[in-house]
Design a protein around this ligand. Structure first.
Ligand SMILES: C[S@@+](CC[C@H](N)C(=O)[O-])C[C@H]1O[C@@H](n2cnc3c(N)ncnc32)[C@H](O)[C@@H]1O
Length: 299
């Protein structure tokens, strides 16, 4: 398959922005591989990313028009605040940076156990969300049954709580001359908006390879039935004439779910920071599933 790399003039215009949170399943290490298989920027109308997470792919593609979604309310609130009131957010992060210590971390973490949490401003909530993400154990997002964050503090000497330059660049991407809409909703809402000629990239919590695979980002897990439903949504968009790409683990069930004519299942090898070495041991096979492979072959 021939590479679908964007041309050089496109690369020159890029804003240097990257995920402002550490996020489980983040795609930064796979971006170079994805570029070979993603459609050229000018070849679709609206870009959809319904499982946005840290947004590594969005920050790389920098589409002119996009609808970004995630079911995690706090994450989406942070994107919206960066889009609409970056100054307010920076003030919050400055305050957290100045006060950061173990006692303060737990005080801020426990805000969501207090009755007035609902009255906090979006900027306060976004500041807390980013502060906890940068200072907690492994950048983990985890809430208990009551929706209360229960992640312990991480062991960082000098965590970067306020990355002003990146936040400014992310703001420019979200609020500049591009048309970017951010929605806190379930991925299936994509069916309400996506039309022929659009490009949809799905990066769901992966199909578990074993019992220990991480699939929980909110109070609800994403299980085998959700993957079956997601495959139906993928095929519905395919019928509509959208370009669709989806990342998933290499579980046997995933091959079965996407075993259709016109759908290509491409194995990719992801480097992992844990257990990886120069022999390639520790690299993990993942799948990229696309419905526009014939277009790439004809390039
Ligand atoms: C694998 S992560 C995406 C990672 C992202 N591509 C990145 O580079 O950081 C999956 C995301 O899906 C979100 N999610 C889980 N269930 C969802 C649902 N039903 N609808 C929309 N988003 C969902 C999670 O909150 C999480 O952010």
């Amino acid at each position: 398959m021939v590479s679908a790399l964007a041309d050089k003039s496109d690369i020159r215009k890029k804003i240097v922005a990257y995920p402002f949170v550490k996020w489980a399943g983040g795609k930064r290490l796979l971006i170079n591989e994805y570029r070979k298989y993603f459609p050229l920027k000018g070849s679709y109308i609206t870009y959809f990313e319904p499982f946005l997470g840290g947004g590594a792919v969005f920050f790389d593609l920098q589409p002119e028009k996009a609808i970004l979604m995630d079911i995690n309310e706090e994450l989406i609130n942070a994107y919206k605040v960066i889009q609409s009131n970056l100054e307010g957010l920076i003030l919050e992060l400055k305050r957290h940076k100045e006060n950061h210590c173990e006692k303060y971390y737990y005080q801020v973490r426990n805000w969501d156990r207090l009755p007035d949490y609902k009255d906090r401003t979006p900027e306060e909530k976004a500041g807390r969300f980013i502060y906890l993400n940068r200072t907690c154990f492994n950048g983990l997002y985890r809430v208990n049954r009551n929706g209360h964050n229960n992640v312990p503090i991480g062991r960082y000497k000098n965590p970067k709580i306020l990355d002003r330059e990146n936040l400014i660049n992310v703001h420019e991407l979200l609020d500049g001359d591009k048309d970017i809409r951010i929605i806190n909703t379930d991925y299936k809402e994509v069916l309400k908006y996506a039309e022929k000629g659009d490009f949809v990239y799905f990066d769901p919590p992966y199909y578990p390879l074993d019992d220990t695979s991480f699939t929980s980002y909110t109070k609800n897990d994403f299980g085998p039935e959700d993957h079956e439903k997601l495959a139906e949504v993928f095929m519905e968009l395919h019928k509509r004439g959208c370009k669709v790409a989806l990342s998933n683990s290499s579980a046997e069930e995933v091959y079965k779910l996407y075993d259709y004519d016109g759908i290509d299942i491409i194995p990719l090898y992801a480097r992992r920071s844990i257990n990886s070495n120069s022999n390639g041991r520790g690299s993990i096979k993942e799948l990229l599933i696309i419905n526009y492979g014939s277009e790439l072959k004809n390039k």
